[in-house]
Design a protein around this ligand. Structure first.
Ligand SMILES: NC(=O)c1ccc[n+]([C@@H]2O[C@H](COP(=O)([O-])OP(=O)(O)OC[C@H]3O[C@@H](n4cnc5c(N)ncnc54)[C@H](OP(=O)(O)O)[C@@H]3O)[C@@H](O)[C@H]2O)c1
Length: 267
C-alpha cells in the first residue's frame, strides 16, 4: 500500500486527489486546517485516511508536522504540496514572517527537505508541487524574501513559483531517483480559492470558475498519472502538457543562496 501525503487535501484539487487515492486503496495523509472538511471527504470513514490539522503559514507548525510524519511513517511514496490561501496584500504572521512566503515556499521547503529520507525509502518517490512553473529566473529578491519593501501580489507569486522550481534542484540533487514536478493546471479550476482577496479578484474567480473552470476531479487527472508512473528528475507541467524548465545562468548558486538565507532567517 502506498502512503500519499497531501497538504491542502481537505478542499479543491488536494481533496480530489485524496478521494481518488483513498478509492484506489492507498493510505492518504491529509493536512489542512478543517477537520470537518476532512470528514466530509470520505463517504465511508476508513482507517487508510488520516488527518493532521495544521496552519502551514506557521514555521513552528510546519516543522511539527514534519516531525509527526517522520515518527509515523518510515516511507512516503508521494508528497503533494497543494495548500493554498491567496492573499493579495502583505500579511505578517504572529511569528513575524510574511504569510504567503511561508505557506507557498518555506513550509514546502521544510516538508521536502525534512521528509527526504522517507521519500528515499520508496521504490519510486515523487513530489508534486502545485506551484505554477515558468516564473522568470530572476524573480527572487534574495535581500528581502518577505518583501517588506516592495510587496505586490505579482512579485510575491513569481518569487515563490521560482523558488519552488529551484527547490527541485536541491531535492533531486539529494536523491536522483526522486521525481520532482512543479505543476499548474492548464486553465482555471472550479475550487474554493481560499484566501483574502479584493472583490474584483473574488468575483472574477467565482464567475470565471463557474463559466469556464474545470472540475477539480478532471483537473487532477494528470497529477494522478504522474504519481502512478513517476519519472526520476525534475519536470514542469501545465495540466498534462510538459513544459520546459526555466533555467537561469546561476541556478545552482541561486538555490544554495536561497537555502542559506532561508535557514538563516529560520534561525
Ligand atoms: N484553482 C485554480 O484554478 C488554480 C490555478 C493555479 C494554481 N492553483 C494551485 O493549485 C493548488 C490547489 O489549489 P486549489 O484551488 O485546489 O485550492 P483551494 O480549493 O483553495 O484549497 C486550498 C487548500 O489549502 C488548505 N489551506 C489553506 N490555508 C492553509 C493553511 N494556512 N495551512 C494549511 N492548509 C491550508 C485548505 O484547507 P483548510 O480549508 O482545511 O484549511 C484547502 O485544503 C494551489 O497551490 C494553487 O495555488 C490553482
Amino acid at each position: 500500500m502506498r502512503t500519499i501525503v497531501i497538504t491542502g487535501g481537505t478542499d479543491g484539487m488536494g481533496a480530489a486527489l485524496a478521494r481518488h487515492f483513498l478509492d484506489a486503496g492507498d493510505r492518504v495523509v491529509v493536512i489542512g486546517r478543517s477537520r470537518a472538511k476532512f470528514e466530509a471527504l470520505q463517504q465511508v470513514p476508513n482507517n487508510r485516511a488520516e488527518f493532521i490539522a495544521a496552519d502551514l503559514s506557521s514555521v513552528a507548525e510546519s516543522r511539527d508536522i514534519v516531525r509527526r510524519l517522520r515518527s509515523r511513517y518510515e516511507r512516503i511514496d508521494a508528497l503533494v504540496l497543494a495548500a493554498s490561501f491567496i492573499r493579495q496584500r502583505r500579511h505578517v504572521t504572529a511569528e513575524g514572517h510574511e504569510a504567503s512566503w511561508i505557506l507557498f515556499f518555506v513550509s514546502k521547503y521544510l516538508f521536502v527537505t525534512g521528509l527526504a529520507d522517507r521519500l528515499g525509502a520508496a521504490a519510486r518517490p515523487i513530489v508534486v508541487n502545485t506551484a505554477v512553473p515558468g516564473a522568470r529566473a530572476d524573480a527572487i529578491d534574495f535581500d528581502d524574501l518577505g518583501m517588506s519593501r516592495r510587496f505586490s501580489f505579482a512579485r510575491s507569486n513569481a518569487q515563490q513559483r521560482r523558488a519552488n522550481e529551484l527547490l527541485g534542484l536541491l531535492a533531486t540533487g539529494h536523491d536522483p531517483r526522486l521525481a520532482y514536478v512543479t505543476w499548474g493546471p492548464s486553465g482555471l479550476v472550479r475550487t474554493g480559492f481560499a484566501g483574502e482577496v479584493g472583490p474584483a479578484m473574488k468575483i472574477s474567480a467565482a464567475v470565471l470558475g463557474t463559466l469556464v473552470g474545470t472540475r477539480p476531479e478532471s483537473a487532477v487527472r494528470p497529477i494522478i498519472d504522474l504519481i502512478d508512473t513517476p519519472v526520476p528528475g525534475r519536470a514542469a507541467y501545465r495540466g498534462a502538457k510538459k513544459r520546459p524548465l526555466v533555467t537561469g545562468d546561476h541556478d545552482r548558486e541561486d538555490i544554495a543562496r536561497l537555502v542559506q538565507v532561508v535557514e538563516h532567517e529560520l534561525g
